[in-house]
Design a protein around this ligand. Sequence first.
Ligand SMILES: *Cc1c(COP(=O)(O)O)cnc(C)c1O
Length: 389
Amino acid sequence: MPAANPLATRIRAALAARDAQGLYRHRQAIQRLDGGQILVDGTPYHHFCGNDYLGLAESSRLTEAWKRGLRRFGAGSGASPLVTGHHQAHQQLEQTLCQWLGFERALLFSSGFAANQAVIHALMQKSDLLLQDRLNHASLQEAGHLCPATQARFGHNDCDDLERRLVRADPEQAKLVITEGVFSMDGDRAPLADIATLCKQHQAWLMVDDAHGCGVLGQQGRGSCDAAGIQPDLLLVTFGKAFGCAGAALLCRHEVAEYLTQFARHLIYSTALPPAQACAIGEAIDVLKQEPWRQQRLAQWQQLLQATLDPDIPLCHTDTPIQPLMVSDSQRALALSEALRRKGFWVSAIRPPTVPAGKARLRITLSAAHSEQQVRQLAAAINEAWHEQ
Ligand SMILES: *Cc1c(COP(=O)(O)O)cnc(C)c1O
């Protein structure tokens, strides 16, 4: 008999271990329905775990803008940005982003994951110091581990710890501090004003990944930095969440954009976004400016959910659409998610390694696409399911 293939053996063992830990994951093919619902295996569910916070993914304004873009620019960009993939539609979106968010330059990326990798790998060198919040997104943590700089993680939202690390660092060293604006799994906000002050004092650059804040917080949805009154050196915004599309942009100074255009491999060796997608993202920004009711509605639903859940239920009260219900144990989180499903609500359990061990949760997210009745019904279903378990 031939020896077992070592890769195949490793894969089989890893899958068995995942399963034994109760951490095995599956995808579900869904179909989106209007009104914050999804269809799974022919059954409709109220959908309370997506990132379409403003309901823009189901907005006909966006789909119509995307269609107009398709007719004008065709299906794809046809090349990477430095060859001939950078179209007028991209240029226009970059200009719109610069004006809206108050930066000299914007660079489009096909995803936030790619943008984070690009920035860290292109900017960080061996003698540099990269300081990241302990709970930063996997795309940031992973790039930080792989890049040649020294990486350290400071305590979550802990400015004292950050300051200690900055004080200890070599004053000559190039330093980059990265935090999320709104933390994706906890829904809490970074103390951006304090972090920005510390960075200035210690000559460190600040990057804010505002994947979950942009669109939702600040004037006209300009995001966490606008809400905190700061301007970071680098701002990442993504279009797959509140913007209802996909893709990302890095906002920065002119010279940084020029540098990344020369040296960021994720930008240079990757096909540019379809130009029609840039049209849809531009439309999403118009909707944000013109339809403030979407943000207002979200704030209402946050208060309503917090007020209607039984007080002994460990919901983290945040002022963002992410309202985690802490369950700790992975199996219990799965059971609760399953109980809610039987009542017609789709709320996934989030388990390690996405969150730290012992911190499993239901990551409940609210959307402007939900109705008041849906939020009230969700609260009633959680109240029942929690006490049944
Ligand atoms: C989702 C997310 C990303 C990745 O963005 P994509 O465009 O989905 O690749 C990056 N950072 C944070 C904080 C995120 O939540």
